[in-house]
Design a protein around this ligand. Sequence first.
Ligand code: PLP
Length: 413
Amino acid sequence: SGPVSEPRPLQLGPGLPDGPSVYNEFTSKPCPLYSPQAADLVIELSQTHKAKPDLTNLVFGTVFSDHMLTIEWTSNGGWQKPHIKPFGNLSFHPACSAMHYAVQLFEGMKAYRDTDDKVRLFRPMLNMNRMAKSAERACLPAFDRAELVECIRRLVQVDREWVPQSDSASLYIRPTFLGTEPSLGVKKPSRALLYVILSPVGSYFSTGAKSVSLWADSKYIRAWRGGTGDCKMGGNYGASIYAQYEAVDYGCQQVLWLYGDDHQITEVGTMNMFLFWNNENGEEELATPPLDGIILPGITRQSILELTRKWGEFKVCERYLTMADLRCALEENRVKEMFGSGTACVVSPVGRILYQGENLHIPCQEGFPQLASRLMKELTDIQVRSHPTGHRHQFNVYSTLVQRNVIPPVCGQ
Ligand SMILES: *Cc1c(COP(=O)(O)O)cnc(C)c1O
């Protein structure tokens, strides 16, 4: 009988540094995406195919594609072969550490189909870098980020029919990483499961672009220095649901998360926050809080910063903003726009903030204000237009083309 396949320890990435230089690194390396691990993929195709949903009234994250990717890890055997297999339930030991102690993390990214019918992942290595950081914080094992992108690319390739044709819809990709330690000790898991599921999503603004209303209160804190707010770990989100419902009780849609005695503005729901205004010195400025440990480092946030810095039309600043700053600027008519940013919506304008019993009205021109509209258009162009007028080249977007078996070089250096 042939040898049973040896579990292969999955190596730490090929020394990829953090940040955008990762993309250049790719081109200068021979072919890190095809190192043994993704090549070991075991693919079991589903015998049945689910009907594709009607995207016009699809609730986010309720419908899943036909397949999923699973990769198991044990401290003794290292990473096992990755599997692409029919979408289905998972089975866990009842003491599983993800269930008891939230030894868990996730990612959120998307695949888009462009007007030439090519499917691309948007900046997937940025998600992998963030996932690797979350994994370290969660005491989950390191993984080869480029290998994981390649496994995800193959999964999307298998389920490519699930990537919507429309330019306002996309395929949401949810990598998830769990500690599956089968014991109740609070410790580093000796077993883990990394899996990826795919969910087609319609336009975030299917009911028309509407601004969101926010409840700003310091009663609940989303994240704190030394905590895990800068990692996409499930516990952060489970713990936020209670505050979200209190916001609804106050007639608002989402929470504006504040921090510290000076009520620093940090994030909007599960989005990063941007303020476009004339600052204290009268300069036109796009501002967002700095990544100081309590802000989730959003890929949309990073893309907006890179794009607007490239435009060079106004000051772009990572800086602290307090509710007092905002209130004063509103009184002096210096606020132009405020919006949240994230993979799900790209940008989401803010129209009203309930703060200390007072409604603060943010200019938003009946839906989409100017800068938010422009960012929405430029980012969507990069994601779904086959010939963006140079946009894909405009900043270091490393999008992985799904349908071709090649990784395109970095455009426009
Ligand atoms: C995921 C997330 C964001 C947005 O990140 P993107 O990479 O742009 O999708 C912002 N804030 C929080 C709290 C998040 O979980």
